[in-house]
Every structure is written in C-alpha cells, then in structure tokens.
Design a binder for this molecule. Structure first.
Ligand SMILES: [Zn+2]
Length: 278
C-alpha cells in the first residue's frame, strides 16, 4: 500500500480527539499518515503529545494561528480549543517546542484578513504581522519548514501580497508551504516564484475555482491536506472530516491535472520527504 500524507490536519482538536483511536485506525488501514497542526500554545502541546504517542504515523507542527493574535479579533472555536481563554503569544515557549524532534514544521501562523472587524483592520493586521515575523524567525532558528495560514479578504489577494512584501526583508532558508490556498492564478504564480509550496484540501472537490492554479503548479510544489475536522471533501460532505479523506483530495488533483493517480501520490510522497524530512 502506498503512503499518502495528510500534510495539514487537526486530529488533536476535541472534534477528532474524542475518537482518536478510530480516526487513526481508518487512516492506517488506507496507508494515510499525517501532520497534526497546532494553532495556539495549548493546542501545539497536544499535537506534540499525539505525535509522541503515535510515532511514525503522526508528526507535529506547532504554531499560533493569526485569529488568536489580537485582542479585538480573537475568537473561540469549540472544535479547536478546550478552554475559551485568550492566549498571549510567547516566542520563547514556541522556540522550545519547535526544537522537539517530533516537530517537523512550524505553523500554522500567518495572516487572516477574512473576518476583520471594520475600523480595526490596520491595528489587527499590524499585530498579525508582528507574530508572523516572530514565528518565521523561530522556524529559521530551528531550520524547519513554515506552514502558513494565509486567508485574504473575500475576493482579494491581500494576505498573499502582504506576505510576499513582508518576507522580502526576512531570512528565508527553509521550505515554505501556503496551506489551503484560495488566491488567484496570478498571485499563485508570484508565490511559486517566491519558492512556496501549496497544500490543497476538500474544497477542490466541490468548487472549480482552483482548477487553473492546480493545473499550473508543478507537481513538485503540491501537497495534500484535509484540514480536518473542517471542510469535508465530496462524497463525504455532511460528516466530520478526518485524515483518511485525503484520498479523495489526491484523486481529484490527479483528475484535474490529468495525471496518473499512482504516479501523483508517489511524487507527492517525495515532496513530503524533501519538505519535512519524513
Ligand atoms: Zn488548519
């Protein structure tokens, strides 16, 4: 059985952790392995614990999601956080976590302009950029890839263009992944030129907006993801998403690109090795 990596999932979130045994068993039976992604220090600790308990099947990515950065913009998602407490970003704590051997990438961190409250946009953006730079520096310091969450305001590419601008002045030596890409073809080309890799998830199975981007990208820069428990792919929509469903994403990408499925998953497995060293 060929290995397929779900490069961005959240199996330590309460929504999936409540049936972790079942979730991991269904993945194992289909050859699916995964990178479990943290969004706060609290969830990052959980991710590390899950990776330690499931060596060779679950790997950790530790980060601080931009939705948790600002006082104004902060929100509580019951699928994600156990406690409804706001967390203050602490670089030293992340630097320590980042060095653990189970941690294969730093993230998710980035810019999320999707639900900014009007009137406070510029302040929130500044705060997000501050943490962005701190996390970027952590990744550079430990020499691990960066898993970026970049979500533009509806119909724009602002989070991507700001990122390209921001990183011009930063040290830039490790691999970069733009997770759950939702930008235009034009900005995808610019991101590719800047050396980004891209993950695609369930959304590409039921909207056609990203077909041109997927066709344009070299296979070497593509990864699969689920972002479970969110965004379940066809034909499983309506259920809670989980890593085994990454197979539907892989099939759809093969179909969109018009390439052989087995060849695609072998090539993407090589990408995982190159990018994450696993
Ligand atoms: Zn995520």
């Amino acid at each position: 059985m060929k290995e397929v990596f779900d490069s961005h999932t959240h199996v330590s979130f309460p929504a999936l952790a409540s049936d972790l045994e079942g979730v991991l068993m269904r993945a194992r039976e289909s050859g699916v392995k995964m990178i479990d992604v943290g969004t706060t220090y609290e969830t990052s600790l959980k991710v590390l614990e899950t990776a330690r308990k499931n060596p060779g099947e679950v790997y950790a990515c530790v980060g601080f999601h931009p939705s948790h950065v600002s006082e104004i913009n902060w929100h509580h998602d019951k699928n994600e956080q156990v406690s409804g407490e706001k967390e203050v970003f602490d670089r030293e704590k992340f630097l320590q976590l980042a060095q653990e051997k189970e941690v294969v990438a730093i993230g998710e961190f980035g810019l999320d302009y999707f639900r900014l409250e009007s009137g406070s946009e510029s302040l929130v953006k500044e705060e997000q950029k501050k943490v962005f730079k701190e996390m970027w520096a952590v990744a550079e310091e430990v020499g691990k890839p960066k898993m970026l969450h970049l979500r533009p305001f509806k119909g724009s590419d602002d989070a991507y263009s700001d990122t390209l601008e921001l990183i011009k002045d930063l040290p830039n030596t490790t691999e970069k992944i733009s997770h759950f890409f939702v930008g235009s073809l034009d900005v995808a080309k610019k991101m590719l030129e800047a050396g980004f890799n891209f993950t695609f998830g369930g959304v590409i199975t039921f909207v056609r907006d990203y077909d041109e981007v997927i066709k344009m990208l070299p296979v070497e820069n593509i990864l699969f993801e689920t972002d479970a428990p969110y965004v379940t792919p066809e034909p499983m929509r309506g259920r809670v998403n989980e890593p085994v469903n990454v197979l539907y994403v892989a099939k759809k990408i093969a179909e969109i690109k018009g390439v052989d499925y087995d060849e695609l998953i072998s090539q993407v497995r090589n990408n995982v090795k190159r990018i994450f060293g696993i």
